[in-house]
Design a binder for this molecule. Sequence first.
Ligand code: BGC
Length: 740
Amino acid sequence: MRKITASMTCAALAICAQGASAAPGQPWLNPSLSPEARAQAAVGAMTLDEKLRLIFGYSDQAMTELAKVPGDVVPAELKTYVVTHQVKGSAGFVPGVPRLGIPDQTQTDASIGVRNSFLPSTALPSSLATAASFDPEVPRAGGVMIGAEARATGHNTMLSGGVNLAREPRNGRNFEYTGEDPLLAGTMAGALIDGIQSNHIISTIKHYAVNDAETQRTTLDVTISAEAMRQSDLLAFEIAMERGQPGSVMCSYNLINGRWGCENDYLLNKVLKHDWGFKGFVMSDWGAVHSTADAANDGLDQFTGFCCVTDKPWFAPPQFKAALQSGAIPQRRLDDMAERVLWALFAKGAVDHPIKPAPVDYAAHAAVSQNAAEESLVLLKNDRGLLPLHGVKSIAVIGGNADKGVLAGGGSSDVTPVGGDHKINDRSYLPDAPLAELKRELPRARIDFDAGNDAASAAALAGSADAAIVFVTQYDSEGYDGSLQLEGNQDALVAAVAKANPKTIVVVESGGAVFMPWASQVPAILEAFYPGIRGGAAIARVLTGKVNPSGHLPISFPASLSQLTHADLPGLGLPGDTPVHITYDEGAAIGYKWYDAKSYRPLWAFGHGLSYTSFAFSDLAAQGDGKGIKVGFSIRNTGKRAGRGVAQVYVSPADWNKAGWEAPKRLGAFSKADLKPGQSKRVELTVDPRLLATYEAAGNKWHIRAGDYRILLGDSSDVEMQRADVTLADAVWSASKTVE
Ligand code: BGC
């Protein structure tokens, strides 16, 4: 796919404003100095009150609520500044220091686009959907696009880059994240962040860390070993941060091993800032702060999202000053906090390229979203080549509000789409209706719609048509965990339609995994996740063969509840903020790793995805390369259509228990190849040494055990097409990038 660059977008939108120029005595405005030097110089020029402005942020609600907050918490002058400078409807605002040329931080959610009910925006497919593309160029292009919209609408900070692993398949926010595997999730989230920040704005990776369920999210205490974290959730963050270099990190609501995410010396000071050498700042999730001195000393740099009189103003000027005066927080720590915020603003270009509202080319942006969907739809099943549709004169389209639009997830990533959404039961349907798009693609076919409320009438319509397409939807949202069982009568509806018409195709719009008790009764299933603002077109083009599907699952679909690592969601049904606890004793064995370790067969395996053509792999070669492994192989399109094949390289110790692994195999590398019929390509990949190692808390080290390892090459985690063996020597190295 063609690379979209920020400079192209800037040129197209004419939004690249000139940066502030350095006046004598203002060295921090000199772009030739390092961001560190600039941040230090700026802090050196600041008063105490100016430093304190940078570490306390306001939510959108503050616009209306701040007036009620006492003046000794937020001084009148600051209130006026916030209310007059905030972008109406945006997630948050942190005042800058105009005297010194330091801009305000104007913060907008989230990973699929600018979320603001006053600003129609382009919605990408859900992050889980774009992870299914297995091509980092897809989220990168999406990031370039949504970052350009953020800039053009007055924002210099996006709260984007969700990378919590899909440890819990019911997690209501899995759709905001990038799947269950640390390499895939980290690569895709890192690419999104990189794309966003190419617009000279900050992107905020979130929610750090192990915030893997929504039930009682503000009080859930997660027990998990350091080893397991470093090999799973933290590895996803580590990879995403290496690839995306985000300016900020959002700490999470939950507790990890008894300490709040935003007050966690181990996660914030030790791992993030020391071991990974993170130079930017940690902002809190909205309402996730519980103290002043402990939070600041344990690594929180910015209290973000202060809303109103009922909110505890832990980092407000008077509270913070008192903690400084008593010595509970050292002065040096405040300077460090301010420097970190400034480092991000300088390093990411937010100071040198101030935001300037500009027009947006929404048609071009919709095309980026459509391409993302077309790269990401996953064809799960296609018996006897039913798809792409051919020779059908009449089609019954059933259910899923397919006449209205495509479903989107709820919560802080619920973008108000260009063209307006349909709200049905408070759920957003983005405006691109699959029914209309199918009619556009198949102008000569008779296409009738049945809403699917009554299975018998839907089945009657299906029985009278050449083929039936049933749309099923599963709504997920921030704030609660979902069910894996489709809502309402949808399972019965599919079964009834399948009985009436043997050519029944099911299109699933879901946040994550769902059960499909009818899977064996229908010949074709397309998983669309939440496919974004052009999702209807993408679905229609895949079903009709204009687009050859190439998405592969970024998560496993469990076959039953008995396959889950945890039967219960702690605190489900109890009043909000009830303290609850979970021990993640599966450790790093998440998703396919868990299924492999337990010898379970999921409904659909991680990495699975069909094409209208076929691919073959050959000539696999693997050899040790430093601590990692170099892998080379050929991929060939053996079918009759052009298509994009996804090669997945799994690594597996001869004896995984002896090697100390959590599971028999791990994804070690992947690549997507665009091939014409008969065309082949040689692919060379490297397996990151951390994917061959275990983490040892004693000594803070990665360790590869000497022995024989297998390289398994295929196009799904459950399909092995080629195998090679490699013998690795013992290797131990520090997990810290900071040289002591
Ligand atoms: C969410 C964050 C979001 C923030 C601001 C919180 O409730 O967890 O993901 O960025 O709100 O809207």
